[in-house]
Design a protein around this ligand. Structure first.
Ligand code: TXA
Ligand code: MG
Length: 344
């Protein structure tokens, strides 16, 4: 299949993609979090193509993206009061809300669950595409299953060229990590995946919010968000996180670098900008300043993908504060490293 790349300001191209999307074709598009791989959410055959194109396990449900709040009544049985407050505060934006679904939502989207995940993205190109297509749009991140999520159109090309008809290029995503997935079906809302909207932000609007205790990979325990059980966001090389006092972290990573180089391995380091000159590894990638957690989030997946280009054999990464958006960043890094943390 040929893949057409459409610039976000190409009006005619966008119209064409919106019509194709409505008619069952896959269209990758930018959102403020990561690029999404969209299909008509009301067309089970179209949604099936998403799973095929990504190589995604069929037990991992998809998020439905909407541009207008009105359609939501067709998709969910009821909108809890808490959800209404959250939609007012954070939509459009990086918050996905899980509610009880109606019969209209195809089983293939929810992987058979009786709930559905819904979000209204903030990116104007995403909103325009959904609006023009006139349908709710099912979309996971537009990467091959297991790879780091795409934050540029080029990342989508790298993973899905020949597997998707249209890719809309809207430049780099500004948040850089995926939406927060929040279940509001119980008394107290539960974060199933930390993301662009932080727990503190949610609690300011609705009071107490819990976090699923099995968000990180733990043997034998099942997270409530099916997607969180898979190894994810991973560069090809094995990755280790190193945490502790800054000088000790650098010292440890350099001594491991020495050892690995002696056995002929190519070493990569994911570093804060302030530390890049202090490492002896073959490839040192700056993910942003320690003082700018938002930049670290925005650069994270692009940095992980760069290690693949450089063909490193092993990667060491610094760790970051889990305050605010740092929670989502550390969640993705823990998954990328399968939870291998060295404390020094
Ligand atoms: O920012 C985002 O959320 C991006 C952009 C494209 O919108 N999308 C995204 O989708 O990250 P995906 O498919 O890569 O991740 C969706 C997550 C998965 O962990 C999935 O298991 C969870 O949401 N999920 C979806 N429906 C669910 C449901 N009914 N119950 C629990 N978890 C659900
Ligand atoms: Mg994903």
């Amino acid at each position: 299949m040929e893949t057409f790349i459409i610039k976000a300001d190409d009006k005619e191209g966008l119209n064409k993609a919106a019509l194709a999307l409505r008619n069952g074709t896959l269209v990758a598009f930018p959102t403020e979090t990561v690029y999404g791989l969209g299909a008509n959410a009301l067309d089970p055959m179209a949604v099936k193509r998403i799973y095929e194109a990504k190589g995604r396990p069929s037990d991992n449900p998809l998020i439905i993206h909407i541009s207008d709040i009105k359609i939501i009544n067709k998709l969910v049985l009821e909108i809890p009061e808490i959800a209404k407050k959250l939609m007012n505060a954070f939509w459009p934006g990086p918050l996905t809300i899980i509610m009880k679904r109606t019969e209209l939502v195809p089983d293939i989207i929810t992987a058979g669950l009786d709930t559905v995940a819904i979000r209204m993205p903030q990116n104007p190109v995403a909103l325009k595409l959904i609006e023009k297509s006139g349908i709710p749009v099912a979309a996971p991140s537009a990467n091959l299953s297991g790879h780091p999520s795409p934050t540029t159109a080029q990342h989508v090309v790298d993973d899905l060229k020949g597997r998707v008809e249209y890719i809309i290029d809207g430049g780099p995503c500004n948040v850089g990590v995926e939406s927060t997935v929040l279940d509001v079906t119980g008394e107290i809302p539960v974060i199933l995946r930390p993301g662009g909207v932080t727990r503190e932000m949610l609690e300011r609007i609705v009071g107490k919010v819990e976090a699923d205790t099995v968000i990180e990979v733990k043997d034998g325990q099942k997270p409530r968000s099916p997607g969180m059980k898979y190894r994810h966001y991973s560069p090809k090389a094995e990755m280790f996180l190193v945490s502790g006092d800054n000088d000790k972290v650098i010292e440890h990573i350099n001594s491991m670098t020495d050892k690995n180089k002696k056995s002929g391995l190519k070493v990569g380091v994911l570093s804060t900008r302030e530390n890049i000159d202090r490492y002896t590894a073959d490839t040192v990638i700056s993910v942003g300043s320690i003082n700018s957690p938002a930049d670290i989030a925005a650069n994270l997946f692009d940095s992980l993908r760069k290690f693949d280009e450089k063909n490193v054999d092993i990667i060491y990464s610094e760790t970051f504060s889990e305050a605010g958006i740092g929670k989502a960043v550390m969640n993705r890094l823990k998954k990328a490293s399968s939870g291998k943390i060295i404390k020094v």
